[in-house]
Design a binder for this molecule. Sequence first.
Ligand code: B12
Length: 174
Amino acid sequence: MNIAAYLRRDYQCEVKIEDIRISGNDRFDLESAIRAYAPGVVGISALTHESDAVSWIAECVKRVNADTPVLLGGPHATAYPEKAIQIPGIDYVVVGEGEITAGQLIERLFNQGDVSDIKGIVYKKEDRIISSGRGISSARAGAGATEKATAASRALRICLAPTSHHATSMAGSS
Ligand code: B12
């Protein structure tokens, strides 16, 4: 995925992709995988008809570690960001192109920084929904548009999980 390549290249993130559409992981397998990998942050990509799967993935993540931030991006997040942020377990919704926004957001989360100036996110703060507008397009971003990781040696881990728990017909893991 584009975002994984971007995070590895520009942020030295360690990224694992779990494609549930292909692997057909059930709830138990996913929980074991999350426990074994212990990601610092989890990102989910989903279409609107996959919203149910998003909530069980996010709940799985929170059961393993309630402090792991969960990001949602992709078509559902982009089309219906204010609905998407209401999905239980979702901490941040990334709207539109995700490369630059996800990089900035993950870096801030790892450094306990303030996220309020990051464009392209929707999140909750004291029961209010905050939307920061559209993000920066990676195609249009010039040099210097990307924040560079200040703690690049730190192992950041993200599990991008395109999701559908209905897809159980294909075996294999990614
Ligand atoms: C190519 C395409 C297909 C292809 C490939 C789909 C695929 N799985 O890759 C095919 C033909 C197979 C297809 C099938 C379907 N599609 Co289609 N498809 C598209 C299309 C034209 C482009 C998608 C694309 O590749 N974009 C380029 C990539 C780079 O962008 P992206 O995936 O959106 O990801 C970016 C951001 O969203 C974000 N992001 C994505 N994930 C994440 C995750 C995190 C954590 C973060 C931070 C950010 C992030 O960052 C990425 C990079 O900038 C879009 C329309 C569009 N213009 O987007 C419709 C679209 C995605 N499809 C749609 C639909 C409905 C379907 C089908 C359900 C149709 C059907 N009835 O069968 C199926 C679903 C199949 C499936 N399970 O995926 C809808 C989704 C609507 C919705 N609200 O969910 C769209 C938006 C079209 C529309 N306007 O209705 N599709």
